[in-house]
Write a protein that binds this ligand. Structure first.
Ligand code: C2E
Ligand code: MG
Ligand code: MG
Length: 626
């Protein structure tokens, strides 16, 4: 910022135009009635000539000065200058006439100095002096040509007084202008700061979405056919990192990400933070895909946060100008769709293409509606039977959430669990699911239905240190259920942050829940954790079960998993049993439980109850027959 000294700058008269218009109008509307009154008085006292001049000036000079500017001045500085000029000229004429008329030996002495104030006030210091000098010359001419009625004594009384008023007018106006200047600087500085805030992200100080849109628009306006694309990058597990390391460290991480992004962008590219862990670059490169890969590699290098090394995975979506969008907004929207696609199909960087769009639009719609789904009771739990393969009896059931969408019909969890995880809705959703499952389990216990319920947990639940406590709270009044209930967790859910997840899992086990490893075989399949973790059950992933009859490798995996589980004293469940043949083979291999469409689809609790009763009944009939 430029410091304002005691000197006035080059363009000293920095009063803004609207303010000048206002002051001109105010002064004129004060002057005119006063002048009319003075004119009448002068006329009455016989100063006819002076009164005539005053009337002429008032009608032909001041009145236009007041009217013309009011109509046009705001638009045009030229008319404003003309108005000020008229005012000063009119005043000069009247005052010179007053002096000529002998006025300064009477009350005119008090009126004339007003001119000095007017001159500085309306034209600033430098031009004000010109006017005063001009006024002096005019006065001398008037006195010498038209003749002076004054004695030397009278003139010598007037001159110092007038000089004093000129000095006073000069000082007060100088002070006024300096203050106006200072105020102006302050406003300018504050405006600049506000503009910076409006265009920048306060955490990382990177430009924000608005700034990116402005900048991209400029690039588009001046585009000469050189390549331009919008790249959006985000971190796939930021929410967990935030949970785990706390928000302060999360912020630190974002700052480090911002620094890397800025370093990558350098001076010739534009980097921005869009929201949360989402960043963007207006990329100008012949080979944008290699650049996007380079960016990904840079962003995925380990971060050191409070003595820890944090590794992250990123996703990148890219949209190219002009094929994928002609406006910055469209490019951003499409890069965002490419980013979401990159997330779901796990391929990054992802370049936008039109066929990604319908999916994402549906997804965006669901995204908006999911929040209300819980509140509107649109979620329900279905139960899929887990059958004891040796006896054929239903002994357990997996709770699988369904969204009964008012327009879409039933939406599968695969479509909305991911959205819930991304938008922070997973926590309330899991709370709801567990509450429902506990209520159902209680009811079945009361009805002597021996089905133990399995509930799926999300990775977000396992990285939330407060999760066990909240479950404990839900168990109040339902102590009997916890020995029956199983919590299903996937390997991938705890492998990212094994320490915290292990702590959460241990606490859940201490509460009395059984712990099951879901989709076993698809994740890291590192066995070491099984020794340290309070696991009770392994669920062999469906992908091995589907084709185990045709594919010896799958069968080998299934067989060895069953053996391993039994050696570790765990119960084994095979998922995805679609045919009686598969069920029979698994029974031969010694698998304990089976689950799959061949044994029973996920169904409402009532239906499962009926199925259970029917089984019980036929068993009793068989007993009686035997
Ligand atoms: P999962 O826990 O592995 O659940 C088994 C999935 O396999 C279910 O799909 C089930 O309907 C399906 N399935 C069962 N038997 C067969 C079969 O014989 N053939 C085939 N093709 N599929 C079979 P669903 O209900 O669509 O759930 C998908 C995934 O969504 C679940 O995988 C689970 O990871 C997640 N999920 C479902 N409900 C919840 C929930 O309440 N909370 C959380 N956090 N995740 C859930
Ligand atoms: Mg499961
Ligand atoms: Mg599974």
């Amino acid at each position: 910022m430029k410091q304002v000294g005691l000197r006035l700058p080059e363009n000293e008269y920095a009063v803004p135009i609207p303010q000048r218009v206002a002051q001109l109008k105010v002064i004129l509307s004060i002057i005119m009635p006063v002048l009319a009154l003075m004119g009448l008085l002068n006329y009455a006292q016989g100063h006819r000539e002076l009164a005539l001049v005053e009337a002429v000036v008032m009608l032909l000079v001041f009145l236009p000065a007041l009217l013309v500017p009011s109509a046009t001045m705001l638009k045009d500085e030229l008319y404003l200058n003309l108005g000020e000029l008229l005012l000063l000229t009119g005043s000069a004429v009247i005052f010179i006439m007053l002096i000529h008329d002998g006025g300064i030996s009477g009350t005119g002495m008090l009126w004339v100095p007003i001119f000095a104030f007017e001159a500085f006030y309306f034209r600033g210091i430098r031009r004000g002096w010109y006017w005063i000098i001009g006024f002096g010359i005019g006065t001398i001419i008037a006195l010498s040509v038209l003749g002076s009625y004054y004695s030397n004594e009278e003139l010598w009384m007037f001159l110092p007084a007038f000089g004093f008023y000129i000095l006073l007018a000069y000082l007060t106006n100088r002070y006024r202008l300096l203050n106006a200047r200072r105020l102006d600087e302050k406003v300018r500085e504050r405006t600049a700061r506000l503009e910076h805030l409006a265009m920048h992200d306060s955490l990382t100080d990177l430009p924000n979405r608005t700034a990116l849109i402005h900048h991209t628009q400029k690039l588009i306006d001046h585009n000469d056919g050189s390549p331009l694309s919008i790249v959006i990058i985000n971190c796939s597990r930021f929410q967990e990192i935030n949970n785990l390391l706390g928000h302060e460290n999360g912020d630190m991480m974002l700052k480090q990400m911002a620094n890397r992004l800025q370093a990558f962008a350098g001076d010739h590219m534009f980097a921005a933070r869009l929201a949360g862990d989402e960043f963007a670059i207006a990329l100008q490169s012949e080979d944008e895909l290699s650049d996007a890969i380079a960016l990904r590699e840079l962003m995925e290098e380990p971060y050191s946060i409070s003595h820890d090394h944090i590794e992250i995975e990123t996703r990148i979506g890219l949209a190219r100008y002009p094929q994928h969008g002609k406006t910055p907004e469209e490019l951003l929207r499409h890069a965002d769709i490419a980013l979401r696609t990159a997330k779901t199909i796990k391929k990054s960087p992802m370049i936008y293409s039109d066929d990604q769009n319908p999916y994402s639009i549906r997804r965006l719609e669901l995204f908006g509606q999911l929040r209300n789904a819980i509140r509107n009771h649109e979620l329900v739990l279905y139960f899929q039977p887990k059958v004891n393969l040796a006896s054929g009896r239903i002994v357990a059931a997996e709770a699988l959430v369904r969204w009964m969408h008012p327009h879409e019909g039933m939406v599968a969890p695969g479509e909305f669990i991911g959205i819930a995880e991304e938008t922070g809705l997973m926590r309330p959703m899991t709370q709801w699911i567990i509450q429902q499952a506990i209520a159902q389990q209680s009811q079945w216990i009361a009805q002597d239905i021996e089905i133990s319920i399995g509930v799926n947990l999300s990775m977000l639940d396992l990285t939330d240190p407060s999760f066990p406590a909240s479950i404990k709270h839900q168990l109040i009044g339902h102590q009997a259920v916890k020995k029956l209930m199983t919590l299903e967790i996937t390997e991938s859910a705890f492998m990212n942050f094994p320490d915290i997840a292990l702590k959460v899992i241990r606490e859940l086990a201490e509460l009395g829940f059984r712990i099951s490893i879901d989709d076993y075989g698809t994740g890291y399949s590192s066995l070491s954790y099984l020794q340290n973790m309070p696991v009770d059950e392994l669920k062999i992933d469906q992908s091995f079960v589907f084709n185990m009859l045709e594919n010896p490798k799958s069968e080998a995996i299934v067989r060895s998993t069953i053996e391993l589980a039994h050696n570790l004293d765990l119960e084994v469940v095979a998922e995805g049993i679609e045919t009686p043949a598969a069920a029979a083979r698994l029974k031969e291999l010694g698998c304990d439980l089976g689950q799959g469409f061949g044994l029973g689809r996920p169904m409402p609790a009532d239906d499962l109850e009926k199925l259970y009763r029917k089984q019980q009944h036929s068993r009793e009939v068989r007993h009686e027959q035997a």
